[in-house]
Design a binder for this molecule. Structure first.
Ligand code: G6P
Length: 608
């Protein structure tokens, strides 16, 4: 949510900043801006719209600056327009600030600053930061930032440049990620590593309530209370080609097609065929501690929350441990009951989602062991948990999550086997499940071969205004996720429902204009789902069914069928998710939507 880039070095800053912004565009994309220090002046350009608009605005201008900051915005306070775009300057145009997060007490601070003679130009909360720093500046930029940020409540990742300290960027973090990258004679600043991956893999992450002074020869970190901090550089394992489209028209399609590999990566080294269980050392829990688990809470947002629901079905069914799934945004404001034997899993692709982070901190405060299921290595959630499992899906750039979802389910499947084999599950059953999991990557490859057929189905239905997605049991959350994917990227209204629940409301909506996507694979509820399909057909509804290959009966009943490989129910969410992703993708493309950067959304939501 909002991308920040900064550069201090011996190269021209502008191309590096713009390239960095493009890599971060998935974080927010309603406006963009840049501030550089050039020959004793602070030059600032910003504009509403995507980064391409900013490029057009600065095209043809010659810049020699070697220090600068830049921002791509996802609006919280103030509509997206040129004035509200970052960077924001102080009264005298001597310093500029970019900010990710929300300043909760900005109104009070604004009143205070107005009384002191400051005049504001924008409707943003961010602008108070530049004026506060100006107010407290007394010859030392770091100290001014320190004093300013100690007045602020809320969340922030900021980068500041000033004419009074021309070869320096001062950054500060509380709740919104910031990372510093060390090159040779240059230092990069960004809100995530993808912005600097083309230049360096040696990084250091700032922690909450830390400030850093960044100059050409390195950086000095201290806490907001002025305690010096020393921290080792870490090496990033991601490569540049992992964050490029690799010949696909969209990141989302590339990421859908990566799933045979990403699911394989999530399983790699974790299937113990000898003992017919899973191996998950990162949980950092001893055998006795795992055996002692009496109750599990899983908290997450968005797509990760749907993965959590699948985890609930899997863990309860196979390990027989009670599981509750909570929206992180709700959990953090409840008074959750955490007793002995309760552990909490926080699932987050980015590892930075503000609500999920707050929920896990709340659980920790109440004494729960907190574990993470994250994709981004070194992310805040990964660092703040007692242990966890990385999903190893590689960078996910498309705002609508696809490969991270299936990798999260893969990890939850492994967790359920591990916990089950310590309790009631026989070795035979354990063996059957790990065998099934190991076959998933090749089964996904088979499903992806049907892409052209799924596209044809999309061509038949993409003009519909509403869709219903139905599934039962483990495939109910898959239906929820299918509907979410369609909503997010095609802006078609879609609702997911447990198939049988349809008759308690949504059935009223069914007519020949409202297609239903029904997951009707051969499992324990197959016959029941067929009855639900009959109910839709009896009301002239159109049905697209996901069915098990060889099921000839269903083709005479429904309008379109997508055939799925045979599988045991345990792995069916992993397989059934794939065609639903493709269906949403093709409908969005046909509707000429911005697939990778859907309107109003952001990849990583670091505000409440
Ligand atoms: C945003 C994204 C979703 C994502 C959710 C949770 O809303 O647009 O795709 O599922 O955040 O993100 P996380 O990184 O915590 O999984």
């Amino acid at each position: 949510m909002c991308g920040i880039v900064g550069y201090v070095g011996d190269k021209q800053a502008v191309p590096i900043l713009v390239e960095g912004l493009k890599r971060l565009e998935y974080r927010g994309y309603d406006s963009a801006g840049i501030a550089i220090l050039e020959n004793g002046t602070l030059y600032l350009d910003k504009t509403v719209g995507k980064i391409a608009n900013l490029e057009t605005k600065i095209r043809g201008k010659k810049f020699a600056a070697t220090t600068g900051i830049a921002h791509t915005r996802w609006a919280t306070h103030g509509i997206p327009n040129d004035i509200n775009a970052h960077p924001h300057m102080d009264s005298n145009g001597r310093l500029a600030v970019v900010h990710n997060g929300i300043i909760e007490n900005y109104r009070g601070l604004k009143r205070f600053l107005e009384k002191r003679g400051h005049q504001f130009r924008s409707d943003t909360d961010t602008e108070i930061i530049s004026h506060l720093i100006e107010e407290y500046y007394n010859g030392d930029l770091v100290e001014a930032v320190r004093t300013a940020m100690s007045q602020v409540t809320g969340t922030y990742g900021i980068a500041v440049v000033s004419l009074d300290d021309p070869d320096v960027i001062v950054v500060a973090r509380h709740g919104s990620p910031l990372v510093l990258g060390m090159g040779e004679g240059e230092v990069f600043v960004a809100s995530d590593v993808s912005a600097m991956l083309g230049h360096t893999k040696h990084v250091v992450y700032l922690e909450d309530r830390e400030i850093a002074k960044v100059a050409i020869d390195g950086f000095e970190i201290s806490t907001i209370d002025n305690v010096p901090v020393s921290r080792e550089l870490e090496e990033i394992s991601w490569d540049l080609d992992m964050i490029e489209k690799g010949g696909y028209p969209h990141f989302m399609l590339k990421e859908i097609f990566e799933q045979p590999t990403t699911v394989h990566n999530a399983l790699r080294g974790r299937l113990n065929f000898d003992e017919k269980t899973a191996r998950l050392n990162g949980l950092n829990l001893q055998f006795d501690e795992l055996r002692h688990i009496r109750r599990i809470i899983i908290t997450a947002c968005g797509t990760s929350w749907h993965a959590a629901l699948i985890g609930e079905y899997l863990i309860e069914e196979y390990a027989r441990i009670p599981v509750e799934v909570e929206y992180a945004s709700e959990f953090r404001y409840r008074s959750p009951i955490i007793n002995d034997g309760t552990i909490l899993f926080a699932i987050s692709q980015s590892g930075e989602t503000a609500d999920t982070l707050a929920a896990l901190r709340e659980a920790k405060r109440k004494g729960a062991t907190v574990l993470g299921i994250c994709n981004v290595v070194g992310s805040t959630i990964a660092r703040e948990t007692d242990g966890g499992v990385y999903i190893h899906a590689g960078p996910e750039i498309g705002v609508a999550s696809t490969k991270a979802f299936t990798s999260q389910i893969t990890v939850l499947s492994l967790i359920s086997i591990l916990l089950a084999r310590m309790r009631y599950m026989s070795a035979d059953e354990g063996g059957r499940l790990i065998e099934a999991l190991s076959n998933v990557p090749s089964q996904i490859e088979e499903i992806l071969k049907h892409d052209a057929d799924i596209k044809k189905i999309a061509e038949k239905y993409y003009t519909a205004d509403n869709f219903l997605y139905l599934g039962r049991g483990l495939n109910f959350p898959v239906a929820l996720e299918g509907a979410l994917k369609l909503k997010e990227i095609s802006y078609i209204h879609a609702e997911g429902y447990p198939a049988a629940e349809m008759k308690h409301g949504p059935i009223a909506l069914i007519d020949d204009k409202m297609p239903a996507v029904v997951i009707a694979i051969k499992d324990g509820v197959y016959e029941k789902v067929i009855s639900n399909i009959e109910e839709i057909k009896a009301r002239s509804g159109r049905v697209i069914a996901l069915a098990t290959e060889g099921d000839d009966r269903i083709s005479s009943l429904v309008d379109d069928v997508i055939y799925m490989p045979r599988c045991i129910p345990f792995v069916s969410p992993l397989l059934n998710s794939i065609p639903l992703q493709l269906l949403a993708y093709h409908m969005a493309v046909l509707r000429e939507c911005s697939v990778d950067q859907p309107r109003n959304l952001a990849k990583s939501v670091t505000v409440e």
